[in-house]
Design a protein around this ligand. Structure first.
Ligand code: HEM
Length: 424
């Protein structure tokens, strides 16, 4: 690597660094960044997988496919919301510890950073259009108009993923920023460039959507089998779901392994050190799990816990892959800009750390627990019985009370603290 460029990159990123440093130990942010990125990419995978599957279902157009397609179109909408919310969290952590890199990359492609938001909004609205078409045109079977909007959503979401990839990837190569910012000495402040796509890396993340969505469908299959009112149809439908999940999981797992290998073979020179480390083998464990998952499920098809565990283990393995991805970033920035997040100045800010964890665990935890438990129990008790009414237990009512009270207190606290700071 060119020594002068590395020294210049080190000086530049040191000048861009926020003098406020980190509000607590950088390791906390690294771990939170890895975990929340894993959750983000899991939600993104379900979003892409379910949108794709809903589209494919319209092409197959049998009764079971259309039933699955309708459920997947609904899932895609919820997954988009989850992917957006779970995207904000790693964004915060990236900004705290890798701010000069993320900032520079966003400036180099500033126009696309804004275009990303527009594409995401149109994609999300397209899914609402799908929902209304499926609802008004005879529910599950007839909504042919949905095909166009599903295709629009899928293309736009893939474009969003590509832009995210470029922003992440450009941030890793500070020694190239000057040639991107001022090609042949001509400064280009337009922010219209997209400078670095590493196709195997991008496809690796897209391919994850197949096994992750397969794991989700294994959970759905078990859920269908757990409903209080079982019909013969439910049994046949759950067999169909199992077949779909197996095919998707097996093909997807193999693709993930192959693309992982191609990604490693195509690493640029700044990242060649990575191949000499143990990290690619750690990543291989995660990728091989996805190949094994459908076969494990086949052997454990009657085990309720194992069926749900497919998704839990999928999250564990995405955390593993996210850790490998983070190691690649930390090592690359150390090599090319001498940047080590562990050396960031720490100015402890305990109140902001406490507010973060209290908000995350208490406010978010109770609200999410209430919503998930209610949706789960209401679904199991009423699915397939039009007009059936579900009554929550006293314990769940209490959880709901605390979820809304804590949220209310948080909102009041937010304004009280805000006014106190502004008026002091
Ligand atoms: C359809 C919507 C989205 C898709 C398909 C998508 C996809 C992706 C992919 C594939 C990556 C990994 C890129 C790589 O490492 O090469 C990624 C990273 C990331 N995404 Fe998303 N994303 C979406 C929406 C969002 C949103 C709305 C946010 C923020 C509010 C967000 C925040 C992030 C962050 C912070 C990273 C990691 C950046 C880093 O570690 O350098 N994403 N996303």
């Amino acid at each position: 690597m060119n020594e002068n460029l590395t020294t210049a990159a080190a000086a530049m990123t040191a000048a861009l660094a926020d003098p406020a440093g980190a509000p607590s130990h950088p390791a906390i942010f690294l771990v939170l960044g890895v975990v929340t990125f894993a959750l983000h990419i899991a939600a993104v995978s379900i979003l892409l997988g379910s949108t794709g599957l809903a589209l494919f279902a319209r092409y197959k157009a049998t009764d079971y496919w259309l039933r699955l397609g309708s459920t997947m179109a609904f899932t895609a909408k919820a997954a988009t919301g989850a992917a957006i919310v779970l995207g904000v969290a790693p964004l915060l952590f990236v900004q705290v510890i890798f701010d000069p890199f993320w900032y520079a990359s966003s400036m180099l492609s500033a126009v696309w950073t804004l275009v990303f938001l527009g594409l995401l909004m149109i994609g999300y609205l397209a899914l609402y259009r799908v929902h209304s078409i499926l609802h008004t045109q005879g529910g599950e079977n007839k909504g042919r108009g949905a095909v166009l909007w599903l295709a629009v959503a899928l293309v736009l979401f893939l474009a969003c993923g590509t832009l995210m990839h470029v922003l992440s990837n450009q941030a890793l190569f500070p020694t190239h920023w000057l040639e991107w910012y001022a090609p042949e000495g001509q400064v280009d402040t337009s922010g219209r460039g997209l400078h670095y796509v590493l196709i195997p890396r991008l496809l690796f993340f897209f391919a994850l959507s197949l096994p992750v969505t397969a794991a989700w469908i294994y959970g759905m299959r078990r859920w269908v089998l757990s409903k209080s009112h079982q019909t013969m149809e439910d049994g046949l439908y759950s067999d169909f779901l199992e077949k779909v999940a197996f095919g998707m999981g097996r093909t997807g797992g193999i693709l993930v392994v192959l693309l992982g290998i191609v990604w490693m073979a195509c690493l640029p020179s700044e990242q060649s050190w990575f191949l000499l480390s143990a990290w690619p083998y750690v990543g291989l464990i995660g990728a091989l799990f996805f190949v094994a998952m459908p076969f494990i499920q086949k052997r454990r098809r009657l085990c309720t816990t194992c069926n749900y565990m497919a998704f839990v283990m999928t999250i564990v393995m995405t955390v593993l892959l996210a850790a490998v991805r983070e190691a690649l970033r930390v090592g690359t920035l150390l090599e090319s800009a001498g940047f080590n997040p562990m050396n960031l100045a720490v100015h402890w800010d305990v109140p902001s750390l406490a507010i973060f964890f209290v908000t995350f665990l208490l406010v978010g935890g109770t609200a999410l627990a209430y919503i998930f438990i209610s949706a789960w129990k209401a679904g199991l008790a009423t699915a397939g019985q039009p007009g059936a009414v579900w009554t929550p237990s006293a314990g769940l009512e209490r959880l709901g009370f605390w979820a809304s009270t804590l949220l209310g207190l948080w909102i009041v606290g937010y304004f009280v603290v805000g006014f106190a700071v502004v008026l002091q």
